[in-house]
Design a binder for this molecule. Structure first.
Ligand code: SF4
Length: 359
């Protein structure tokens, strides 16, 4: 059984400009121990989808449809007490803004130890020992000394490590990381990613990693969900997505991702901007920005299908599926893109160039 099952989830925000449907009918699952990336540009609804998992939407947000099952339990039906018991215990969360996640008037050690005591019947000494071990595990040097540091005494990177330690305090089955490295400088980012990579490799904790950075996903994830304008437009095992992307939006993201040894002077970008979700485009939501759009694209909403057969996506989480009318046979001209993704770090150590062509 899947650890987490999300089915037709719909999340709306009520704004002065109207109702924003930030998440519009997404479905996916995460199994124990796997790392799944949720990628897309800002405004794609990734964070809304992640916060909804623990009903952590702010006051203007509401889950208006769908189901979220964690270990078979319906999250949307849980009482506040039952939900509190799951948060921080069975499901941990790491947000982008580590400073805001830490309480400035308590030391980081006290905060992590308190998280342990809130969910487990342990002595103060045991909570302290476990906290020091956690600080060590996330790469904070001199953890016993750092235990007594207040958040303002730590750098941004150290604060994020402390937040990850807090999220891991009760050995959660699922860790949701929402843009955990955004805003950190590159070397600090690499350190945080190393911590997450170790966690993904060595523990049974499943990770949902929300990011706009496909490079981060390549390093860490087993599978990838690509979200655009509130919808999932492609889902695939990570290698399939990188070497054989099927959706023009995914291709645009990949081409815009810098690579080691990249000699392009300028990175191409996807033309246009993410759509206004108060009044999203009709048909395929990507059609105003898609270089392959045809007349039918503004009229028909493409379903998620298996590209090779055009069969509707079934429940197999390992299947490669994409939502583009090319794969339902509706495009006349078809996609004729040719992408080149250079991989300096191929498993065989050889540089290779992949050319993707869906024709
Ligand atoms: S359905 Fe049309 S607009 Fe949408 S991605 Fe496919 S070709 Fe582009």
């Amino acid at each position: 059984m899947a650890l987490l099952e999300v089915e037709d989830l719909v999340v709306q925000y009520y704004t002065e400009d109207g109702v924003v449907r930030a998440v519009d009918g997404i479905s996916y699952e995460i199994r124990a121990g796997e790392t799944v990336g949720l990628v897309g540009e800002s405004g794609a609804g990734k964070s809304a989808a992640s916060r909804a998992l623990l009903r952590l939407l702010d006051g203007t947000g509401e889950i208006v449809g769908g189901k979220i099952r964690f270990r078979g339990r319906d999250i949307l039906e849980l009482s506040s007490d039952d939900l509190r018991a799951i948060r921080g215990n069975e499901i941990g969360m790491v947000f982008q803004d580590a400073g805001a996640a830490l309480n400035p008037v308590y030391t980081i050690g006290e905060q992590i130890a308190e998280t342990i005591r809130a969910h487990e019947d342990v002595s103060d000494g045991e909570a302290r020992d476990r906290t020091i071990a956690l600080l060590d595990r996330v790469g904070i040097s001199k953890p016993a000394t750092r235990y007594t540091d207040y958040p303002h005494e730590l750098s941004g990177g150290m604060q994020q490590r402390a937040v990850i330690a807090m999220a891991l305090a009760c050995d959660p089955a699922l860790l949701i990381c929402d843009e955990p490295t955004t805003g950190l400088d590159v070397t600090v980012q690499a350190g945080i990613l190393e911590v997450l990579a170790e966690l993904a490799a060595e523990s049974e904790t499943a990770i949902q990693l929300v990011t706009h950075d496909l490079g981060v996903v390549a390093d860490l994830c087993d599978r990838v969900l690509v979200q655009y304008a509130g919808e999932i437009v492609e889902r695939a095992p990570v290698e399939d997505l990188y070497y054989d992307p099927k959706h023009p939006y995914t291709v645009g993201l990949l081409v815009a991702t810098p690579r080691l040894g990249d000699d392009r002077e300028r990175l191409p970008t996807i033309p246009g901007t993410a759509p206004d979700l108060v009044a999203p485009p009709t048909g395929c939501r990507f059609h105003p920005r898609c270089p392959y759009a045809e007349g039918c694209c503004s009229r028909r909403r493409p379903p998620l299908v298996e590209p090779a057969s055009g069969s509707p996506a079934n429940g197999d989480p390992d299947a490669h599926v994409a939502a583009c009318l090319e794969y339902t046979g509706d495009l006349e001209t078809g996609l004729d893109y040719e992408i080149q993704v250079r991989d300096e770090a191929g498993e065989d150590g050889q540089e290779r160039t992949h050319q993707g062509d869906p024709q």
